[in-house]
Design a protein around this ligand. Structure first.
Ligand SMILES: O=P(O)(O)OC[C@H]1O[C@H](O)[C@H](O)[C@@H](O)[C@@H]1O
Length: 568
């Protein structure tokens, strides 16, 4: 395919468009009877089992999707990513999050330089530093050990680490390693988030980790200044050096902020924010909480999936298959959303993290060459752990709109519970739902079945389930640090595959800029109105009215701001 050509102009795309008609003649109820098809739609790798037999696809569809992948140059694009080429062309950068979890002796080049030694230099520094903090040999300004960590960051400097932290929190090995310690995340610039974070925390025993790739993000920097004030107003300004460290690519700004560069942990512009959890962004806070050895297992799990992604044939490649099926669902079957439904409470922050990875990566309107896309790219991701979701939005998924679902199940619970006299263990109870829901979606329930059950005729339309609703099931052997790494990498690569096939740049995020710059204009106006009584000018009628009302009703805020920290 010529570089500026659109994937939608290729024969395989057009062929798939035509193929939809064939698929519309099928029902999952029948497709599921074809055992050979189902068997061919299962892939096992490194303890994981993917079953995509409940996708609205036949083996012919899969063949056509592989042809689409070939037309998109998917294999070549994956290779170029691993080779450190500047595939993020609008920012002229490599995309090398895979280097963050490569073993020490691996060679991965960016701009002619092997980046793996740099990665390991930072990992070694984190290991050393986290041990110093955890052992209590580094103490705070009043001589006390630092037991609690607040990681200040937003977006990619927050969601991935929060996901991994939440998933590890109930893992037995991680629990042991974290005894007596707390890890908090401060993301929102809303002062309520500050209040919630510092409630019950003592600055004497708290370490603040400021996490920001750019070190310019408005929310993070104001929150960092707020916590700096919280520390220095209680322990004196000199305490900041003992109680604040940073993770950033911008070490100059870290130093300007007042953090000793010795206590800064670097990463590089070839790590995208939303792909940065395996850099110091995630590894530092997580190592402080759980120790480096637990976090290293997480990196190894991700690395295992990287290898699979890089070297397995497309037909047996889990992230590739998942990515192609997502493209099929979005661009051909016309299902714009995806529900992420982990049957594990420990994965409650998976969907929020994947929302950023997916929607910031693939929510684009033009091709990588800047050509307006004649089709919609990206998908709307949302989700909740099962079974909670079942009692919330599953109604819509069963009888309303069609939303392809990812069911994620775990064989061995992190926290098994059995009760004498119960039919099954508590985890079996959870997993009964994991196995039942995909079939309920696929098979549905027909009016004939309802008639046989003597359902009152006027209720039959209400109780009918059309079925034929696609899902896939991913079964993980357990949920330890290693498995969490595998799961993370599956989603990261799947999302890249979608972008590679759609022919977009999944690694920039220009769409977040406009709102930021308008907020700068508003901020200036609020300052001028409060300090000099200036009327609101330069905004449309609606915004002017809203801001004027806001200013009028909050005129008790002093024009010269004194310091006020939350009283919680
Ligand atoms: O890590 P930072 O530079 O503070 O950036 C934090 C976040 O800010 C931006 O809004 C981007 O959209 C995100 O991709 C990024 O993760």
């Amino acid at each position: 395919m010529a570089s500026s050509a659109l994937i939608s102009d290729t024969e395989p795309w057009k062929d798939l468009k035509g193929h939809v008609e064939e698929i519309n003649k099928t029902h999952l109820r029948d497709l599921m009877n074809d055992v050979n098809r189902c068997q061919a739609m299962m892939v096992e790798f490194d303890g994981l089992l993917l079953d995509y037999s409940r996708q609205r696809a036949t083996l012919e569809t899969m063949g056509k999707l592989i042809k689409l992948a070939e037309a998109a140059g998917l294999k070549d694009k994956i290779n170029r990513m691993f080779a450190g080429e500047h595939i993020n062309s609008t920012e002229n950068r490599s995309v090398l999050h895979v280097a963050l979890r490569a073993p020490r002796d691996a060679v991965i080049q960016s701009d002619g330089k092997n980046v793996v030694p740099d990665v390991w230099e930072v990992l070694d520094k984190i290991q050393k530093f986290s041990e110093t903090i955890r052992s209590g040999s580094w103490v705070g300004a009043t001589g006390k050990a630092l037991k609690d960590v607040v990681a200040v960051g937003i977006g990619g400097s927050f969601l991935g680490p929060l996901f991994v932290h939440t998933a590890l929190q109930t893992d037995p090995e991680a629990i042991e390693a974290a005894r007596g310690r707390q890890l908090h995340f401060l993301a929102n610039v809303d002062p309520i988030d500050v209040a919630r974070n510092i409630a019950g925390l003592n600055p004497e025993t708290t370490l603040v980790v400021v996490v920001s790739k750019t070190f310019t993000t408005a929310e993070t920097m104001l929150n960092a200044r707020t916590l700096r004030e919280w520390i220095s107003s209680s322990l004196g300004p000199a305490a900041v050096a003992k109680h604040m460290v940073a993770v950033s690519t911008n070490l100059t700004l870290v130093e300007k902020f007042g953090i000793d560069p010795k206590n800064a942990f670097a990463f590089w512009d070839w790590v995208g924010g939303r792909y940065s959890v395996c850099s110091a962004v995630g590894v530092l806070p997580l190592s402080l909480q759980y120790g480096f050895s637990v976090v290293e297992k997480f990196l190894k799990g991700a690395f295992s999936m990287d290898q699979h992604f890089h070297s397995s044939p497309l037909e047996k490649n889990i992230p590739v298959l998942l990515g192609l099926l997502s493209v099929w669902n979005v661009s051909f079957l016309g299902y714009p959303a995806r529900a992420i439904l982990p049957y594990s409470q420990a994965l409650e922050k998976l969907a929020p993290h994947i929302q950023q990875v997916s929607m910031e990566s693939n929510g684009k309107g033009v091709s990588i060459d800047g050509v307006l896309l004649p089709f919609e790219a990206g998908e709307i991701d949302f989700g909740e752990p099962g079974t909670n979701g079942q009692h919330s939005f599953y109604q819509l998924i069963h009888q309303g709109r069609v939303i392809p679902c990812d069911f994620i199940g775990i064989v061995k619970s992190q926290q098994p519970v059995y009760l004498k006299g119960e039919l099954v263990s508590n985890h079996d109870e959870l997993m009964s739902n994991f196995f039942a829901q995909p079939d309920a979606l696929a098979y549905g329930k027909t009016p004939e079945q309802l008639q046989k059950e003597n359902v009152a005729p006027h209720l039959i339309p209400h109780k009918t389930f059309s079925g034929n609703r696609p899902s896939l099931s991913l079964l993980l052997p357990s949920l330890n640090a290693y498995n969490i790494g595998q799961l993370l990498a599956i989603y990261e690569h799947r999302i890249a595959v979608e972008g590679f096939v759609w022919g977009i740049n999944s690694f920039d995020q220009w769409g977040v800029e406009l709102g930021k710059s308008l907020a700068t204009q508003v901020r200036k106006q609020l300052h001028a109105s409060r300090t000099e009584g200036k009327t609101v000018e330069g905004f449309n009628f609606s915004t002017k009215t809203l801001m004027t009302k806001y200013l009028e009703l909050s005129s008790d805020i002093p024009s010269e701001l004194p310091t006020l920290l939350p009283r919680i």
